[in-house]
Design a protein around this ligand. Sequence first.
Ligand code: HEM
Length: 589
Amino acid sequence: MSAYLVFAKEKLNTPPCIRGWIPWFGAAFEFGKAPLDFIAQARDKYGPVFTVFAAGKRLTFVTLHEDFHTFFMSKDVDFEQAVQEPVHHTASISKESFYKFHPACNSLIKGRLTQANLSLLSSHLCEEFNHHLELLGSKGSGGLSDLVRSAMYPAVMSNLLGKCNSPGCPATVQEFKEKFRIYDEGFEYGSQLPDIFLREWAKSKQWLLSLLANMIAKAEGNSSSGTKTLLQHLVTTITDKFLPNYGLLMLWASLANAIPIAFWALAFILSNPSAHRTAVEQITAVLKNQDTVRTAVTASELLQLPYVKWCILEAIRLRAPGAITRRVVRPLKIQNYIIPPGDLLMLSPFWAHRNPKYFPDPEEFKPERWEKADLVKNVFLDGFVAFGGGRNQCPGRWYALMEIHMFVSLILYKYEFTLLDSLPNPSSLHLVGTQQPDGPCRVEYRHRHGQWHPSLIATLMDTYQTATSRTAMKGEHLFPKMRSTMFYQRFYLLGGEELLVLQSSVGDPMLGDGFHQITDFNDLPTSLFACNVDQSVFEEQERKVRMPSCDEQTSARFFCPSDHCFPLLLCVKRNALTGLPRRRFEIHA
Ligand code: HEM
């Protein structure tokens, strides 16, 4: 590290200071290139407390967990004084307005997003997630991060700002995503530099500010109808001309951290086969009776999905904000040092979460480590500081956990994914907020609706073999030309499809290859298959028949063992039978 240390004689008890070579500019260049790497190298070289002098500012980092309590709770540090200037640059809010309205703004968000209030938001959020996830279609491919943003941005905006304030069509979602991306990516530099240095970024900021002004006009117009949105509450709290600017900050805070974490949680799960299997098994066991198109995920169902929550917390741990900050307002003792007033005190959750004393094998994605946390009582693991702490701890944390938990469960229930790239690393460029991926993470996806997933068939086999009570039913009711007696049983299986399983009586010669002659498949809204209970024969003999003029969801699949393999199972999705004229189902010997 090309930096040198200066110990002014009169300040011998201040931490070591890394100044770089250029006066005023200090170590800004080296620090700005890869701030996260810089912090780790400086800690190794200079010890647990050190100061970085950059662009006229002194940033003093504390890296030991034993000092975090002082960081969060000391009366000698202040949150508002640390963030006022960045807020002025990023949202153009004047100093006077910020000090006047920030406390009320913070209390408002904290009060609206308590655990108790989440139930007012969660069912609407779930509907919105369903709607936007269905827009992904029955199959496709693309960048996972972009896919998550496309579904989550409009859903969360509708939930917190009101439906009329959510981008409605794909083109407006695309435009919003692009403007927000530029604003978010430049947030760090934007928080330190005047707008003239960042023209593209400043344009996005202006675009977002006018969007917020329009949203506020609509929110004011709708203020009498139904439950108030967070934006409508903000309208009654901020009474000066900076109302849209506060709206922009609130929007940024609600999207900028949680949505990348939803991406990371999914990326970690998909790149880890055992986590993927466990998560999908848990989700399908809990949501098994549900449709894959309109899936309701309630708070009590989320409680039954602890493994998915562990995956999310583990993703937050590994991709936590690069740094959080406080202004030192009176001399502050940390270790054997005195930190002078005016310093920005910095704490890096990203690095704190890599301390092996608190998180053994810290770089590993290990959801099981969260088993020890008392999550039912909302207690995280010791050493976890992703949401900050003290009076200014993230007021959106319970909402964030609920929305990500719901989103990840829904998307994994509805869609089957294949990861096309390896898991990207986090970019070491940013200090503010959770981490962004430094490379592509493409996926292929396919809706589970109407699919016969191999694990579904395996479950079917298991269930069939252990079933003890079966109800006898005359085959003629369903298949007029089939004289044999049928047994049927209902199963609720992966993907929430209800199946009617029909078993022929043993030894009926009609049930061989003849099955593929069942006619009039166009009337079946979903698929139909028959298979042999002997798994090995079943696998060997699998034969898939696509019926002409049927689209994918109505195609029929047959698994016809060659000769006389009995008993044979015929499985029909129940919906395929209801409401259809029976005579259409004919089996020709
Ligand atoms: C995984 C997702 C999230 C993470 C990791 C996160 C993290 C943080 C952190 C570290 C802070 C600063 C705390 C401090 O300095 O002690 C913060 C502040 C804040 N967060 Fe979050 N956050 C997340 C999601 C959200 C969401 C979803 C919302 C809103 C719906 C939100 C709203 C806010 C607000 C308004 C502040 C500023 C509080 C203030 O001015 O006092 N956050 N967040």
